[in-house]
Design a protein around this ligand. Structure first.
Ligand code: NAD
Length: 270
């Protein structure tokens, strides 16, 4: 069987480098190549040097069309605008598209949903096993408790993160709302400031912390009079996200077109 060629867009980014290293280390696939945004200082450099290896003879490009022609799958942790474009191109080339980018608008999501009619898309705001388990547990706990238990989701990330609350926090909020049988957008309080008044019953609150080099920490708090349940996940390295992304790329090989999540990849679907 021909080697399974996995490309990385945004390959000079924090996650991009991790994704390259994870493909390099994985069995059953090879690095097809990588791009970064036009004008990036990384364009033209050898991909091996980005991951602390010797030269691999593959140079960072800036043309996704050229890259996708030589790949079977692509891992994409970039920006919403870039992911939109990549989704259209990956659909045309019928590549497995693994999307980790967060901060997507409904319009961005509509482009991805359309692309998933034509090709395999695996999309998750968090690719770690631990967070996907936390998502399941959050839904179950929310289902078991009534709205006397106030739900608050607290997250902390490194100082460079650009979107808030994190995609993972929103994913956990969706899980809590689903367990409670409500729509998140009806009950979400994404931030608080000033004279906001007493907390409405049934609200799902979010708090965002930023600082240092934190790879990602999320807690879901169920607080009632007399007790609290706190479910916490801490990512101590970005490697868990990259390993999950490579697992998703390998899993997608030969699957029918469609939009899948990490829960499908990890076999956590009910
Ligand atoms: P980053 O800024 O370090 O990396 C993004 C890279 O994309 C940069 O190198 C940038 O130059 C590149 N880029 C931008 N536009 C491009 C284009 N048009 N073509 C090619 N490359 C382009 O950011 P990061 O910390 O690596 O995070 C990237 C995204 O991944 C964010 O949305 C973040 O929230 C998300 N993320 C998701 C998970 C997950 O498990 N799903 C985990 C961590 C981060």
């Amino acid at each position: 069987m021909n080697p399974y060629r996995v490309a990385v867009v945004g390959c000079a980014g924090r996650m991009g480098r991790m994704n390259l290293a994870a493909i390099h280390a994985a069995e059953g696939c090879v690095i097809a190549g990588g791009t970064d945004q036009p004008g990036s200082s990384a364009v033209g450099s050898d991909i091996g040097l980005l991951i602390g290896q010797g030269p691999l003879g593959l140079l960072v490009g800036d043309d996704p069309v050229e890259l996708f022609a030589a790949a079977d799958a692509v891992i994409d942790f970039t920006t919403p605008a870039a992911t939109r474009r990549h989704a259209e191109l990956a659909a045309q080339a019928e590549l497995v598209h693994v999307i980790g980018t967060t901060g997507l608008t409904p319009a961005d999501q509509a482009v991805i949903d359309k692309a998933a009619i034509q090709t395999v898309v695996v999309q998750a705001a968090n690719m770690s096993l631990g967070v996907n388990l936390l998502q399941l547990v959050t839904e179950q706990v929310a289902r078991a408790l009534d709205p006397d238990y106030d739900i608050e989701i607290v997250e902390m990330h490194h100082r460079h993160k650009v979107d808030a609350p994190s995609g993972t926090a929103l994913m956990l909020g969706e899980a809590a709302a689903k367990g409670r049988g409500v729509a998140l957008k009806q009950v979400a309080r994404l931030a608080r400031e000033g004279q906001v008044g007493a907390r409405p019953r049934g609200e799902i609150g979010f708090a965002t912390l930023r600082g240092g080099d934190v790879a990602g920490e999320h807690s879901v708090i169920f607080a009632a009079e007399g007790e609290q349940i706190v479910l916490t996940h801490k990512a101590t390295s970005r490697e868990v996200f990259a390993k999950g992304a490579v697992k998703a790329a390998l899993w997608g090989r030969g699957k029918p077109a469609g939009l899948y999540t990490m829960r499908d990849v990890l076999g956590l679907t009910e």
